[in-house]
Write a protein that binds this ligand. Structure first.
Ligand SMILES: Nc1ncnc2c1ncn2[C@@H]1O[C@H](COP(=O)(O)OP(=O)(O)OP(=O)(O)O)[C@@H](O)[C@H]1O
Length: 400
């Protein structure tokens, strides 16, 4: 049985249309007998959404602002009732949806941990055992006995996330709240989410961080203006969503002229071992791909670089991009721009591999692509078949 079933769910809000056009109209409303009920119009924030999340499967939900993602999560956690359709959620749910939701402002952080846990049915004895971990992960020890109304939004988010993930849920539902924390904290959150996922927790994560959705989730859902646009593998959903975003940007009056062909050239692309002077790479060793671009035009071009590693038979092995990793880059006019991609380990089997390089403008237009910009040779000391070298170990235990 699926752990989450969303069955033809729609949600209608009443959108108030009672804008007063003048102070006179505003005052007139206050006169007894002249009060009119504000006019309202129905607004469907969700329209006929259906999907199923099997146990242990993690879903990322994406969509532009106001598309209905938070509304869907609120319906799943039963803080909101659907106008049509039904949801069923099987398993112990822990959710982090609104900043500080479930926190009582006058209670201290510690008291709120107990309060939250008791709502989730976690006994006090268990919370006592976990308290130190919860405080440490949230990194708020000096403030744990201070009422949460004095917490910053970052402290709220840290404590909320720490509690929600420390109670060993079967289903973890997280909205974009993580975005308020600093980058180091966001990284720790993503690491913890990933660890929980590996241990079997189903994650439902709303995020604008498309790279994390692609890396960490098993499936993705794109909600567009309240409607289900795409339910599929993260890579496919994210790609379709990105393409739509680029299309919209272009429609929205992107009048930067296309960069003429030949304006940017790739003068060099070379992959070498990071810690020794060698172009033959040992499988698993750190490596650096150095690219040198020349911009022969007289306008600097803010751009994104994408690098794709391929096997000569066309199998895509990996693709990375400054867009996904949110790295800013400008190919300066009449200059050379050096871009280095540092790779911690390429666990590839012995063989030759091809590297393609693409350059896009920030509006998403292809400026140039260099198919087989360089070739890399990998040598592996391991025997065995397959595409990759598997870092591994064996353990044999004799019994009896
Ligand atoms: N209680 C409410 N009353 C009226 N309209 C609402 C209510 N809650 C949400 N909406 C509207 O429903 C739509 C969907 O909102 P929702 O917060 O679910 O979007 P979202 O995809 O989570 O957006 P974001 O990425 O900005 O968080 C928006 O237009 C919002 O203004």
């Amino acid at each position: 049985m699926a752990s989450v079933v969303v069955d033809h769910v729609s949600k209608r809000f009443a959108l108030r249309k009672d804008r007063a056009d003048s102070v006179g109209q505003l005052l007139a409303r206050m006169i007894p007998g002249r009060y009119r009920r504000p006019r309202s119009e129905p607004f469907w924030a969700l329209k006929d959404i259906s999907f199923e999340m099997p146990p242990g499967i993690s879903y990322g939900i994406i969509g532009s602002n106001g598309s209905g993602k938070s509304t869907l999560l609120k319906i799943l956690t039963r803080t909101m009732i659907p106008t049509k359709g039904r949801v069923s959620v099987n398993g112990r749910v822990s959710a982090l949806i609104e900043l500080g939701a479930g926190f009582h402002p006058d209670f201290t952080g510690r008291e709120n941990v107990y309060l939250n846990a008791s709502i989730l049915g976690i006994p006090r004895r268990v919370v006592d055992q976990k308290m130190d971990d919860i405080i440490d992960f949230a990194d708020i020890r000096p403030f744990i006995d201070t009422p949460v109304k004095y917490y910053s939004s970052g402290m709220h988010a840290r404590l909320g996330f720490s509690v929600a993930t420390s109670v060993e849920p079967e289903i973890l539902i997280v909205d974009e709240v993580l975005a308020v924390g600093d980058e180091a904290f966001q990284q720790r959150c993503m690491d913890r989410i990933f660890r929980m996922k590996r241990q079997g927790t189903s994650i439902l994560l709303v995020s604008h961080d498309l790279g994390s959705i692609e890396r960490l989730m098993d499936r993705a859902l794109w909600i567009n203006k309240g409607e289900m646009q795409f339910d599929g593998l993260p890579h496919d959903v994210v790609r379709a969503y990105r393409e739509a975003l680029v299309g919209e940007q272009q429609k929205g009056g992107d009048d930067t002229p296309p960069v003429p062909e030949g304006t940017v050239t790739l003068d060099e692309a070379r992959m070498t071992a990071r810690d020794r002077a060698s172009e033959v790479l040992l499988s698993g060793e750190p490596a650096i791909l150095t690219m040198k671009f020349s911009n022969h035009g007289d306008t600097s071009i803010p751009a994104h670089v994408t690098v794709k590693f391929r096997r000569p038979d066309g199998l895509d092995i990996a693709e990375v991009s400054t867009l996904h990793d949110q790295v800013k880059l400008t190919v300066e006019a009449s200059k050379k721009t050096r871009v280095a991609l540092s790779v911690d380990a390429l666990w590839l089997a012995t063989g030759q591999y091809e590297v393609d390089v693409m350059l896009h403008s920030i509006e998403g237009r292809l400026i140039a692509e260099w198919h087989q910009a360089t070739t890399i040779t990998i040598q592996s000391l391991e025997r065995g078949g397959g595409v990759m070298v598997l870092p591994h170990g064996w353990q044999v235990t004799e019994r009896g």
